[in-house]
Design a protein around this ligand. Structure first.
Ligand code: KIV
Ligand code: ZN
Length: 514
């Protein structure tokens, strides 16, 4: 079996998804889980974008031991220098250089002729080679680049010292046969192609990112780039879990494999969804909530007779284990600890105690506490942001005949609790107006979403909000059996993160690639 290297760009291209903004701690948390998942390479960010980005890449580089850490860089010396700084401390650093090559980008964006593109890229690779053993070069918008010019660019990159040449379908324009043909052509026409690895980087604008990546594998690609849950710029990138599961499920056809620990897929997907605030659609392949749900009677009958009639992947393969042990109000610490082990959590005694207290609190409000509830409780506060504001109490007056009102009591530090009342055009609006009255912060609510963690009327509700203030945005999450309380908690969490961000300037809000 041929090994296909997995290059994860959740922290770079994935973070370019609208509304997503990960702080350093969140990036490290995701990177450590990607390491557990077994990805070979992690693109941690774009160090030249801002000092904050540089620091985040450096934190990832120092934390991860078993994957190569990559920094993105334009074909400019100052970008390369920023990446050198950011990748200090990495066990296996790699620089990812890019420059657009397609006629559209050459004419309108770069205003460069082919020769200038070749010269600029070559100069950058040769400069970088003084400092990096491993260099990946990406001819941006390779999919729409003339094939003969792409061959020329690839040959130049190899001569200059690139160790990987990545072929990005930057705008998701390719079809599988066209994209596969690029790899076939490069393999058979470029001198020295056997010395480097060829990589595929696809976007999903026409819904073909995974199909295109697989076509690249069939035509000689050694590496696939993608993100967890397929998040990324515009319609997103190739979903890594889809590629890995296709190779595992259709091994005889592809004769290729990855080194991913497939059992870590579900956990990684949940973590990325939670920290980015990007909800995974129910029908998403592999990691969607319905990916293993069988609704029709005929399918259910088939499943009961023989699972393989309608199931090509067992949920256990990706780490989805429904245990028989149902917890409730009367469950004790021992059963709770067993459940944690069953769900794959290894916690210190203190963390088990804190989680048990939260569980007891929930079991008082909810008859059966499901596995999803426990995961949500454990993963609610993965990242500790200093809590400037804390919700003490909340009261809402609602009638569809009058203006809704809310009263909140909020801890504002050093034992001071402030209470305010406000009205709004709905209960959530009233709560948010009352919180604003306490905090004095003027923020814009950019996004608000709510989902239930499990089934039933008594399910836990999870609210996700994005707040913006002076071009800086921050997301927040809140969890409660009451959606109004969850809404208040999410808003306060986002406010605390916004204040934390304000204190550490230098973190850019959105990367702009030229
Ligand atoms: O899509 C793209 O072209 C990219 C490059 C920076 C590789 O993300
Ligand atoms: Zn991309």
């Amino acid at each position: 079996m041929r090994k296909i290297y997995i290059f994860d760009t959740t922290l770079r291209d994935g973070e370019q998804s609208p509304g997503v903004n990960l702080n350093t701690q969140e990036k490290v948390e995701i990177a450590l889980q990607l390491e557990k998942l077994g990805v070979d390479r992690i693109e941690a960010g774009f160090p030249a974008a801002s000092p904050g980005d540089l620091a985040a890449v450096n934190a990832v580089a120092r934390a991860v031991k078993n994957a190569s850490i990559i920094g993105l860089s334009r074909s400019r010396e100052q970008d390369i220098d920023a990446a050198r700084e950011a990748l200090k401390g990495a066990q296996d650093p790699c620089l990812h250089l890019f420059l657009a090559t397609s006629p559209i980008h050459r004419k309108h964006k770069l205003r460069m002729e082919k020769e200038q593109v070749l010269e600029t890229a070559e100069r950058a690779i040769r400069y970088a080679k003084q400092y990096f053993d491993k260099i990946e070069f990406s001819p941006e918008d390779a999919g729409r680049t003339e094939l003969d010019f792409l061959c020329e660019v690839t040959a130049m990159a190899i001569r200059a010292g690139a160790t990987v040449v990545n072929i990005p379908d930057t705008v998701g324009y390719m079809t599988p046969s066209e994209f596969g043909n690029i790899f076939k052509t490069l393999k058979s026409n470029v001198e020295g192609i056997e010395k480097i690895q060829l990589s595929a980087h696809c976007h999903d604008d026409l819904g073909m990112a995974t199909a295109n990546a697989l076509a690249a594998i069939l035509n000689g690609a050694d590496q696939i780039e993608g993100t967890i849950n397929g998040i990324g710029e515009r319609a997103g990138n190739t979903a890594i879990e889809e590629v890995a599961m296709t190779l595992a499920t259709r091994a005889e056809f592809f004769q290729a494999t990855t080194s991913l620990q497939l059992k870590e897929i579900a956990k990684t997907s949940r973590l990325v969804s939670k920290l980015t605030g990007m909800v995974v659609p129910g029908n998403k392949a592999i990691v969607g909530a319905n990916a293993f749900a069988h609704e029709s009677g005929i399918h259910q009958d088939g499943m009961l007779k023989e699972k393989t009639t309608y199931e090509i992947i067992s949920p256990e393969t990706i780490g989805l284990k429904e245990s028989k042990l149902v917890l409730g109000k009367h469950s004790g610490r021992h059963a709770f600890r067993e459940k944690l082990i069953d769900l794959g959590y290894e916690l210190e005694e203190e963390a088990v105690n804190a989680a048990f207290a939260k569980f007891k609190d929930l079991a008082d409000k909810k008859k059966d506490v499901s596995d999803e509830d426990i995961r949500a409780l454990l993963e609610e506060k993965l990242i500790d942001t200093p809590e400037v504001f804390t919700l003490k109490s909340l009261q809402v007056n609602y009638s569809n005949q009058s203006v809704p009102g809310a009263t909140v009591s909020i801890g504002t530090g050093e034992g001071v609790v402030v209470e305010k009342t406000a009205e709004g055009n709905g209960s959530v609006d009233a709560i948010y107006n009352a919180i604003d009255a306490v905090t004095g912060e003027s923020v814009e609510l950019e996004d608000y979403s709510i989902k239930s963690v499990s089934q039933g009327k008594d399910a836990l509700g999870e609210v996700h909000v994005v707040l913006k203030q002076d071009e800086v945005s921050a997301q927040g999450r809140g969890l409660s059996t009451d959606i109004l309380e969850a809404s208040a908690r999410a808003y306060i969490d986002a406010l605390n993160r916004l204040i934390d961000k304000r204190k550490s300037p230098g973190r850019r809000d959105k990367m702009s690639l030229i």
